[in-house]
Write a protein of this length. Structure first.
Length: 117
């Protein structure tokens, strides 16, 4: 697969990776809030968004985010937040023994998901 094919933006990434549960709580033009639940073996693979930031808010479990440009590793526990700005590649993992449940607030701007692998 060429770099151009890997970096092709999609409007809906739900078919690209599995999660235990996915729910949309709010959707307005340029902004939406989703809830995801990951098992200890699931990840949200490397990707970035062209125009929107991802703000993560952990409800249950422990999240580990890997980021590039610059390289960084962030761990979040319930009640903690972190924002991955637009165009910054990131990978979301569950480092707990049980499920990880978190909200992701995405906006402001047109949503896309650009897979990197």
């Amino acid at each position: 697969m060429s770099t151009a094919e890997r970096l092709k933006p999609v409007k809906d990434a739900s078919h690209l990776y599995e999660v235990e549960r996915r729910a949309r709580h709010a959707q307005r033009p340029g902004f939406h809030i989703s809830e995801l639940q990951l098992s200890p073996t699931q990840t949200v693979p490397w990707h970035f968004h062209t125009n929107v930031a991802d703000t993560f808010y952990v409800l249950e479990g422990e999240m580990r985010l890997f980021l590039q440009n610059p390289k960084e590793e962030v761990r979040l526990k319930p009640g903690e937040t972190f924002t991955a700005v637009a165009k910054r590649p990131h990978l979301v993992t569950n480092v707990g023994k049980g499920s990880l449940t978190f909200l992701v607030l995405q906006g402001m701007g047109e949503y896309d998901y650009v897979p990197m692998v």
